[in-house]
Design a binder for this molecule. Structure first.
Ligand code: ZN
Length: 74
């Protein structure tokens, strides 16, 4: 059964143009430790190089749910 790849929005460092671009990361458990790796098959938004060789800098925060007309309770 193929594992479901669940992409997480992340900042990914592109080794080709040495810029940080938005991309998808997937959690990978190796040797009992969980780490993040670049989801395979992505291309850099800037230089169109493969991001497979890049690395994940950080995850982007999930977009906060928008509360309409809500007032923050002080
Ligand atoms: Zn690039």
């Amino acid at each position: 059964m193929p594992a479901v790849l669940e992409g997480l929005k992340a900042k990914i460092h592109c080794p080709m143009c040495t810029r940080t671009v938005d991309g998808l990361a997937i959690p990978e458990v190796r040797l009992g430790r969980s780490r993040l790796r670049v989801m395979p098959g992505q291309k850099c938004l800037r230089c169109h190089a493969s991001l497979d060789a890049g690395y994940v800098l950080e995850l982007l925060p999930e977009p906060a749910p928008v509360s309409k007309g809500g007032r923050r309770a002080a």
